[in-house]
Design a binder for this molecule. Structure first.
Ligand SMILES: Cc1cc2nc3c(=O)[nH]c(=O)nc-3n(C[C@H](O)[C@H](O)[C@H](O)COP(=O)(O)OP(=O)(O)OC[C@H]3O[C@@H](n4cnc5c(N)ncnc54)[C@H](O)[C@@H]3O)c2cc1C
Length: 347
């Protein structure tokens, strides 16, 4: 029997789980495939978090700092789990360092999988000219520009007129049919930050529906009433580079007619989809994927239960969700792992 819990994935969900377990008195083996902790918010340099514009460092910094410095947390960056044998209370796992190929073996009482998501690759859908036309970027790329306080096109000049196109790789049966749940709110947050950064810019949000659920709805009203951001309900058929500007062609689904508008920059609200890391971890740990490639919990209403005793799930490897939900799931998974420890070893 062992008092250690393996956490796979060092994003918000995995970090929250690791911190809670260490606070509880458990040892944590944290395995992250990249060379840095923090998951998407750190990798993509999020400037601030919706819905309250909290600086990302305020949320992520303490979690990363704790895991990097706590003697209770053994961090393996640039590493993946490549083997798992045993059962609840006593698993033996192999961790491979991707850089030098070395493998270490560890005994753990339970496992938390928090392998997160990837962004939809907009170049897959030719409608949006992503990767072909200049100044067509994803919301993930805009976060870093906003963080630098420098939003400019390829010619180094700030855009005068910007379109956000919602639901790129979301709610679309030709790509991903699910809703990514956060991209409406994130796009609106970014549009407000763009106004705050550039001042003199016209921003148009081309949306299918606005899904700023719960307390995120305030972003929507503020964006119109305080920042003069414009909304067009419609679907885009094509983004075409004229050699100077981006011509966005589509259909306005409220007034039921076509539109063609020239923009300096187009921001694609790219969706959330399961990444190869989730598939890799699920394969090694013997977990089922659902029809979309997310990890399928034993019961859809109880996310943390993987269906395999002693292996728990947290965050966007199960479904798209916000950071507030992700962090709660990390804590919930930590509690399940703590229950295993209580039954099997004295912590
Ligand atoms: C552009 C954008 C902006 C967003 N802004 C906000 C916002 O303002 N507010 C908000 O609430 N939400 C926001 N979100 C959502 C937020 O990013 C997610 O809720 C959150 O990052 C999910 O955390 P996670 O730990 O589940 O996954 P991730 O952040 O993806 O972290 C998963 C970690 O696991 C690692 N990993 C993957 N596979 C393996 C493996 N096999 N082995 C080891 N490690 C592995 C990854 O490298 C990564 O570090 C935004 C999303 C996007 C797309």
């Amino acid at each position: 029997m062992t008092g250690t819990v393996l956490v796979v994935g060092g994003g918000p969900a995995g970090l929250r789980a690791a911190v809670d377990l260490a606070d509880f008195g458990a040892r944590v083996l944290l395995v992250e495939k990249r060379d840095q902790l923090g998951g998407a918010p750190v990798r993509w340099k999020y400037r601030s978090l919706a819905p309250d514009f909290t600086p990302t460092e305020e949320v992520m910094g303490p979690l990363i700092g704790f895991c990097e410095s706590s003697p209770m947390v053994e961090v393996h960056k640039g590493s993946v789990v490549e083997g798992c044998e045993g059962s609840v209370g006593d698993f033996t796992v192999k961790v491979r360092n991707e850089a030098d190929g070395t493998t270490t073996e560890h005994r753990v009482s339970s496992v938390i999988v928090a392998t997160g998501f990837e962004h939809f690759d907009a170049s897959v859908d030719p409608r949006y000219a992503y990767g072909r036309a200049p100044n067509v970027i994803g919301i993930n790329e805009l976060e870093a520009m906003l963080k630098e306080g420098r939003v400019v096109g390829h010619d180094g000049r700030p855009p005068k007129r910007v379109a956000f196109i919602f639901c790129v790789g979301s709610r679309d049966r030709s790509t991903n049919p699910w809703c990514c749940t956060v991209c409406c709110g994130v796009s609106i947050k970014q549009a407000i930050e763009m106004k705050q950064t550039l001042g003199d810019v016209q921003v148009y949000m081309i949306y299918m529906d606005i899904r700023t659920v719960g307390l995120w709805e305030k972003l929507y009203w503020d964006s119109m009433e305080k920042y003069g951001i414009n909304y067009i309900r419609g679907r885009v058929g094509e983004v075409y580079y004229t050699g100077e500007k981006l011509l966005v062609k589509g259909e306005d689904t409220l007034v039921r007619g076509p539109f063609e508008v020239l923009f300096d920059m187009v921001v694609l609200a790219v969706g959330i989809e399961p990444g190869p890391g989730t598939k890799q971890a699920a394969g090694v740990l013997g977990l089922k994927l659902n029809e979309y490639g997310f990890i399928a919990p034993r019961q859809p209403n109880v996310h943390v239960d993987s269906g395999r005793d002693g292996i728990f799930l947290a965050g966007t490897c199960i479904a798209p969700m916000s950071i507030e939900e992700t962090l709660s799931e990390g804590s919930a998974a930590a509690m399940q792992a703590a229950k295993v420890l209580k039954k099997t070893v004295a912590v």
